[in-house]
Design a protein around this ligand. Structure first.
Ligand code: CO
Ligand code: CO
Ligand code: CO
Length: 311
């Protein structure tokens, strides 16, 4: 064990944190995946927003990034890759981070993502644990992108719903993180593959507190309930539900609503625990910063610990 490793593998968080000096630590993360939208430029933007998100979730500021590319150059036009990388670079510029290199391999299936390095003050690292009873839970993006993306593949989602999801996935968590750091949060993570409830469970496992989530307060993309009612549920949802079955207490909550709350998200929002006294200030600050979908979706409770109650 290295004493400077502040956040590592033994208690996995959004990113690794390594202390360089008493007032400087680096935040490191890597993420890459197959295309989730048809437009290559949009895909590049989403991949960057998604990769940077783990740095923001730790309270860090992304500084440098490296491209990771798997590309089928025998069967796909190289202009597609150019558009993806252009989308990526534009999004990095928006974040104030710089591309320093990368690596590409030949692969049957296109994949793109990045490894990202950021910085954080060692005393200001935000982890998943740290939530206190009485905290409010704030979510900064809508839920349902997995369901809508499944509906898009089936040709069933409206243009409006598809556009709303694409815009949200390409939106950096930068503004939300800036407000979060200014007002102050006790814990934070970002909502990705495990869904809102899966990541909520991570916040309280092994800890002294539990969460209460108000399902009606969770902001959803348009048509989410309609599409989930048609059975348009991505493959990961069932796995997410089964994995956390013992931790989630949701009497009276329909299977459809649980499917939404376990819906795997790509480049989802920040999910933070904020002192109840500061929650109103945080929410107002988020809205003012353009994080218009931010909402208070529940609170941290002292009993039962290590459970997420859904009402
Ligand atoms: Co994360
Ligand atoms: Co990640
Ligand atoms: Co190389």
């Amino acid at each position: 064990m290295d004493p400077n490793l502040m956040v590592g593998l033994e208690k996995a968080d959004d990113a690794g944190v390594y202390r360089l000096t008493d007032d400087l630590a680096i935040v490191q993360t890597v993420d890459f995946f197959t295309p989730i939208v048809d437009d290559p430029y949009d895909f590049g933007q989403i991949a960057v927003a998604n990769a940077l998100s783990d740095v923001y979730a730790m309270g860090g500021r992304p500084l440098t990034a490296m491209n990771i590319v798997c590309f089928p150059s025998q069967t796909m036009d190289i202009s597609i890759l150019r558009d993806i990388l252009r989308g990526g670079i534009d999004k990095l510029r928006e974040a104030g981070a710089v591309l320093v290199g990368g690596h590409s391999v030949e692969d049957a299936e296109l994949k793109y993502g990045l490894s990202v390095t950021g910085t954080v003050h060692p005393k200001r690292v935000l982890t998943k644990s740290g939530a206190r009873a009485g905290d409010s839970l704030i979510l900064t993006k809508r839920i349902g992108s997995g369901i809508i993306n499944t509906a898009i593949k089936g040709g069933l989602a409206s243009k409006e719903a598809a556009a709303a999801v694409a815009r949200s996935m390409a939106t950096l968590n930068k503004a939300a993180a800036a407000v979060m750091l200014e007002v102050g949060a006790n814990a934070c993570t970002d909502i990705t593959g495990f869904g809102l409830l899966g990541h909520a469970c991570e916040m309280v496992e092994d800890g002294p507190v539990g969460l209460r989530l108000h399902s009606a307060a969770v902001p959803l993309f348009p048509e989410t309930m309609e599409m989930v009612g048609m059975g348009l549920v991505p493959g990961g949802t069932r796995r997410n539900r089964e994995f956390r079955a013992a931790m989630v207490v949701a009497p009276g909550i329909s299977a459809l609503v649980l499917d939404v709350l376990f819906d795997p998200q790509t480049s989802g929002g920040l999910f933070m625990a904020v002192d109840g006294q500061k929650a109103g200030l945080m929410l107002a600050g988020l809205k003012k910063a353009g994080v218009v979908d931010a909402a208070i979706v529940g609170e941290v409770i002292d009993h039962p610990a290590q459970r997420v109650l859904v009402d």
